[in-house]
Design a binder for this molecule. Structure first.
Ligand code: SF4
Length: 271
């Protein structure tokens, strides 16, 4: 069987949700990637399951006109924000700028992009992201080894380039820039120290610490992009290791004390 199991096109809608987000309220999702999950990472905790297509070259996956058409059918009363994320890394979509401009025009709501930070070295990606009100950049790894273990990137991506890309973007971007870090196991003190040093370089508005809290599907399911896979789902899932709320909260306190940057965690642990 082909490793890429495409779902029938009739099942694909580029707009999904709204999803209840602990960070942003009721968030309508826009998926600029499409039927085949596509990313420059293949994170061990990815809610989409194993990434089907790992690339770092940008291309158009979903035509902007299709997204606009679907947005026009939405009732907006119960939506706080619009988030670009979906079936992989949204900055891989070559029409990202066009999509963000169209979303703003149609919805007039705050727009958010969740990115894995790997393409921020590309000037055209940074320029597209400037159209978003909030950008959340992923940084899970403090060392090259951790990057390989947790994020499993395509060959040409390394940690130094990711950090340089985030730093460059911060210098150019006037909007709200948050970093998101997934904590899979308790951190040793030298990791916390190195992370804090990295944060001092990046001049962020907010730090978001998270830990996997839902089962992870093993085979691609379109439903998985909406964060609604639960233990009672009929899909074949893997339960992920995660740290306790107390561990997350203690780490958040330590980082906040050192950096003075607001640190948010899933409910009950925000500072
Ligand atoms: S960056 Fe996001 S979409 Fe890509 S593999 Fe990691 S969690 Fe999944």
């Amino acid at each position: 069987m082909n490793a890429i199991q495409s779902l029938p096109n009739s099942q694909f809608s580029s707009v999904y949700g709204p999803v209840k987000s602990w960070r942003f309220g009721r968030s309508l999702g826009i998926d600029p990637i499409g039927m085949v999950s596509t990313c420059s990472f293949n994170c061990v905790y990815c809610q989409l399951g194993n990434i089907q297509k790992q690339i770092s070259q940008r291309q158009i996956f979903v035509p902007t006109a299709q997204i606009i058409h679907e947005l026009q059918a939405i009732a907006w009363e119960n939506i706080d924000v619009v988030t670009l994320s979906g079936s992989g890394e949204p900055t891989l979509a070559l029409n990202l700028a066009e999509i963000l401009a169209a979303v703003k025009k149609v919805t007039k709501l705050p727009t958010i992009v969740l990115t894995n930070s790997t393409l921020l070295g590309d000037r055209t990606v940074r320029s597209a992201l400037k159209l978003a009100d909030i950008v959340v950049v992923k940084l899970d790894a403090i060392s090259a080894n951790q990057l390989q273990r947790i994020n499993q990137p395509v060959a040409e991506i390394d940690l130094a380039d990711i950090l340089a890309g985030i730093e460059q973007f911060r210098q150019e971007y006037q909007g709200f820039l948050a970093i998101q870090t997934m904590i899979l196991s308790p951190w040793k003190s030298d990791m916390v120290r190195d992370y804090i040093q990295m944060l001092e370089r990046l001049k962020l508005d907010e730090i978001q610490l998270n830990t996997p809290s839902r089962p992870r599907v093993l085979v691609r399911q379109l439903d998985a992009r909406g964060n609604n896979i639960t233990e009672s789902s009929s899909y074949v899932c893997q339960n992920l290791r995660c740290v306790s709320a107390d561990v997350l909260s203690a780490l958040a306190r330590q980082i906040h004390t050192a950096t003075k940057i607001p640190v948010r965690c899933p409910p009950k642990t925000s500072l």
